[in-house]
Write a protein that binds this ligand. Structure first.
Ligand code: SF4
Ligand code: SF4
Length: 453
């Protein structure tokens, strides 16, 4: 095992070098039968972003599965092993590529839960993670930050500080966070109930999310309008909070379970047929609630039923079939598959189909579409260097399409890609798929989507 020095969240001399024995305790260790599914063929390697970056076996899916195996066989959980697990983006490109059906998602989720529960991270790492998880899953706390952030952006303080190199003196994770914040506009709350336009075909719940709700409120209002135009009564329960995706993907099991239980209760009380999600990472997590709450007698069955009802926005729109007319929108769109939509949920055809139904709109494919853009939940905050390299690579591939507009389905990808394009001194209009569909349904001037972000 070789370590990428300088890639870590803190300098090597500050890292904790504990060795935990046994590596995994009895509470859901990475399952031996899932590890055994891997036949070591290596088909997953070329699609794994960390293997693509470093060519290091232990930073490939096969290598990480091997580390899980030796952990089960008696090797201690040590700093080097934890680094290789931490460097995994959880993008699930390996799941798509694997011909043997290895359930890497379940393996890395179980491993991360063991690491988070049992491995002593450095004080600096713990403090940063505590800050992230006390802020991002709480829309009210994020909203409090909005005012000062808007002021900061409007006063051009940030641009001046950047120019003077002041931001480079901050810890690199804080610099990464500052650069990711999108330009904030007005807050547009979604009504608790949006009636269907015309006869009601479904009553759907809508997850408003945390980052989506506070940083991209216009995406939620566009989502509600498109669903209503296609015959859905849209309910956005005021009682809903975070879906727990960030916590789940970071191995914070108890926290993720608490968020999941609260989300199930909020949408059950709303009496909806289905729950629509417009953020790929959230949708993927909510489809896993059945697994996450499998040990909870009061929730296991409810969680499984709930997960079956979760739909990505494009998935539901294609399932329903359009009712509202789509007006022409003559734009060339580069469609970016968010990993948690394409790889984790297997949803690739539906957004292309939904966009392709707009007259005049041309969908262009991005080279290396299977490789993550580096956003990956909190990855671009805790691992800013590899995240930036992946962002740069994706930005180059996007620009090569010659598209006028970049469209995706995840707020994290929008922030990551805007930042990557800015680093190259490029600007490209970006929109969420809901905003493009909304513009087509409303017959809006194409400039309304081409002027975005
Ligand atoms: S989830 Fe992504 S980063 Fe992690 S091993 Fe699989 S392909 Fe590599
Ligand atoms: S995870 Fe799948 S593709 Fe990768 S080495 Fe194992 S069996 Fe092969």
């Amino acid at each position: 095992m070789t370590e990428q020095t300088g890639q870590g969240p803190e300098p090597a001399h500050e890292r904790v070098s504990a060795a935990i024995l046994p590596a995994f305790d009895d509470h859901h260790p990475p399952a031996q039968e899932l590890i055994d599914d891997c036949v070591h063929c290596g088909f997953c390697l070329p699609t794994c972003p960390t293997y693509v970056l470093w060519g290091e076996e232990m930073d490939s899916p096969r290598g990480r599965i091997y580390l899980m195996e030796i952990g089960r066989q008696g090797e201690p959980l040590n700093a080097e092993m934890v680094r290789h697990f931490d460097q995994c983006l959880g993008c699930m490109a390996c799941v798509t590529a694997c011909p043997s059906g290895v359930q890497y998602g379940k393996l890395i989720e179980a491993t991360r839960q063991q690491v988070e529960r049992r491995y002593p991270r450095s004080r600096r790492d713990r403090a940063f993670r505590a800050f992230v998880f006390r802020l991002f899953p709480y829309p009210r706390r994020l909203r409090v930050l909005r005012g000062p952030l808007r002021l900061y952006q409007r006063s051009r303080l940030g641009a001046l500080a950047r120019k003077a190199g002041l931001l480079d003196r901050l810890p690199r994770r804080m610099t990464a966070m500052e650069r990711l914040v999108p330009t904030l506009g007005r807050l547009e709350p979604v009504p608790e109930v949006t009636p269907a336009a015309g006869p009601r075909r479904r009553r759907v719940g809508m997850l408003t999310g945390c980052v989506q709700r506070v940083f991209f409120p216009e995406v939620n209002t566009a989502t509600a309008r498109v669903l209503a135009a296609d015959g859905c009564e849209v309910v956005a329960p005021a009682t809903q909070g975070c879906c727990g995706a960030l916590s789940l993907h970071a191995g914070r099991e108890a926290e993720a379970q608490a968020f999941a239980r609260a989300a199930i209760e909020a949408f059950e009380a709303a009496g909806v047929d289905q729950v629509v999600v417009n953020a790929a990472g959230c949708g993927s997590a909510m489809k896993e609630y059945g697994h996450l709450l499998r040990d909870d007698p009061g929730f296991a069955e409810r969680a499984a039923v709930f997960s079956d009802r979760v739909r990505d926005l494009s998935e539901l729109l294609v399932e329903l079939g359009p009712v509202a007319e789509r007006h022409p929108l003559p734009v060339k769109v580069a469609w970016h598959d968010a990993c948690h939509l394409g790889h984790a949920q297997g949803i690739r055809a539906q957004p292309r189909q939904a966009l392709g139904a707009i007259p005049g709109l041309e969908v262009r494919e991005i080279a290396e579409a299977e490789i993550c853009c580096g956003s990956a939940g909190i990855y671009n905050l805790v691992e800013p260097e590899p995240a930036a390299e992946l962002g740069d690579r994706k930005a180059a591939n996007i620009l090569a399409t010659g598209a006028d507009l970049l469209v995706t389905s995840n707020p994290g990808c929008l922030m990551q890609l805007r930042n990557a394009l800015e680093r190259r001194g490029e600007r490209l209009a970006m929109a969420h798929v809901a905003e493009v569909l909304d513009a087509a349904v409303r017959g809006a001037d194409p400039r309304t989507v081409l002027d975005r972000r």
